[in-house]
Design a binder for this molecule. Structure first.
Ligand code: BG6
Length: 466
């Protein structure tokens, strides 16, 4: 390798890679004994809720093409990659009998990654509740916590000899928001009381999995992946500032505090008590949560949240929502990703890292997702067949500069993973927005071609900087 001057160089051993999830990449959604999860069910029920009516079976077919994909990861300089185990593939009913084909598949994937020098980061839950458990209430039902603990233990026992980085959940607040507040995940309810119980059970499940992992003494690390949205007030007016503090408590600290500190934010507890929404807590739950905090934290960062004080009191009959305490606010003139409608604010990632350093004991962390979804990327394909996604390179670079600054100032951040490795199925958006380093042609049996950003990332990883 030739040495080049890198202006932004990163610490030795920095994790360069990308992240994906089982339900968004595997395909084979009813093959080899896999059980149904909520996505398979919801698509059968309401296909029109999905972009172009494309459902979870038509994904990038990682189930069949994983060898080719891992080879490509290696080519793109990945030293690590996050996948998730599809719960209903391993346990078709969420509990009970194990599917041997799933064990074979995940063993093969993990072995192939290791063979290619790619550290497997394995996540246990990426929005994919087995449907059999959902029918019993999903995360609302405490028995799901027991089933999850058993599932986690099985995964550690089966794969923990080789997997040394585990994650209990990816963005556990999203199933709360999607399934029980804002109607973008099954079961599409709007019920704040259930939302709180789901959040609480997810946190308890995470702590119980961490407890089991520690008992097994496998010598790895276990963490959680959280989507953090730094909350900025419209002005320094105390009412706006208070609105931002509460939005932060609802959307960030609700999971961050129990995961890292083992306790719940007091502001939130006071609101839940005052409004009669405290979850059902049993026996030694709080002790389990207090004692089983994470070793490391994955930070997914896409966009900030801008808020202002509430302008109008909600109608007394309106369902209870976090937005009772603040209004979301789109700041005029900000840079936006027009395809996803999300603000691009690169400094947000730095603000998160500073907050973790100052208020969360500088917990070991890494950027576990960051990325740019773009519609219609085919028009950027050049005559050699490569998508010239310079906008993605610029997006990553601008975020990495802030990560670099945080490291220089002492932040404990150990890596950067892009969302995502190859274009994949994005829930109800299906294949509308493309996020990958590698494009996937759904009309040509999922043919893969490396985008310009993929080649660029290879040099960044090889030189540990840019
Ligand atoms: C994260 C998730 O929220 O963002 C991914 O972990 C998701 O599963 C990604 O695909 C991008 O969001 P979206 O909704 O555009 O797919």
């Amino acid at each position: 390798m030739t040495t080049i001057e890198t202006k932004y160089s990163f610490p030795e051993g920095f994790w360069w890679g990308s992240a994906a999830s089982g339900p968004q990449t595997e395909g084979a959604s009813d093959m080899d004994g896999k059980g149904k999860n909520i996505w398979d069910h919801w698509f059968e029920l309401e296909p029109t809720r999905f972009f172009n009516e494309v459902g979870p079976s038509k994904t990038s077919q990682f189930y069949y093409k994983y060898k080719e994909d891992i080879e490509l990861m290696k080519q793109l300089g990945h030293n690590s990659f996050r996948l998730s185990i599809t719960w209903s593939r391993l346990f078709p009913d969420g509990k009970g009998d194990i599917n041997p084909k799933a064990v074979e598949f995940y063993n093969d994937v993990i072995n192939e990654m290791i063979l290619n020098g790619i550290e497997p980061f394995v996540n246990l839950f990426h929005f994919d509740m087995p449907f059999a458990l959902q029918e019993q209430g999903g995360w609302v039902n405490r028995e799901t916590v027991d089933a999850y603990e058993a599932y986690a233990k099985t995964c550690f026992e089966l794969f923990g000899d080789r997997v040394k980085y585990w994650f209990t959940h990816n963005e556990p607040i999203v199933p709360v928001e999607g399934g029980y507040l804002y109607d973008f995940h099954y079961p599409n309810e709007v019920d704040f009381g259930k939302a709180v119980q789901v959040a609480y059970h997810s946190i308890l499940a995470s702590a119980r999995a961490i407890q089991v992992y520690k008992e097994l003494n496998q010598g790895g690390k276990i963490g959680i992946i959280l989507n953090l949205t730094p909350s900025y007030p419209r002005s320094q007016n105390p009412a706006d500032v208070k609105a931002a503090v509460l939005a932060d408590a609802f959307f960030n600290r609700s999971f961050l505090d129990p995961s890292v500190k083992g306790e719940f934010p007091e502001e939130l507890v006071q609101i839940l008590k005052a409004e009669g929404f405290m979850p059902k807590i049993e026996n030694d739950d709080l002790e389990v949560i207090r004692e089983n905090t994470v070793d490391l934290l994955g930070v997914n960062y896409y966009q900030p949240r801008r808020v202002k004080a509430k302008e109008h009191l909600p109608h007394p009959d309106a369902p209870f929502m976090p937005e009772r305490f603040f209004d979301n606010y789109v700041m005029p003139g900000r840079k936006m990703n027009p395809h996803r409608g999300w603000e691009i604010y690169e400094k947000g990632v730095y603000d998160i890292l500073v907050n973790l350093k100052e208020n969360y004991g500088n917990i070991e962390c890494f950027i576990s997702e960051n990325g740019m979804g773009v519609e219609g990327e085919e028009k950027f394909r050049d005559e050699n067949g490569m998508i010239q996604d310079d906008y993605r390179i610029e997006f990553i670079e601008n975020h990495l500069k802030w990560v670099h600054k945080a490291i220089e100032e002492g932040s404990n951040v150990k890596g950067y993973h892009l969302w995502t490795f190859m274009d994949n199925w994005s829930w109800t958006n299906a294949y509308k927005n493309r996020y990958g380093f590698v494009s996937v042609n759904l009309n040509k049996d999922g043919e893969r071609t490396i985008k310009k950003s993929g080649m660029w990332f290879k040099t960044v990883s090889e030189h540990n900087g840019f």
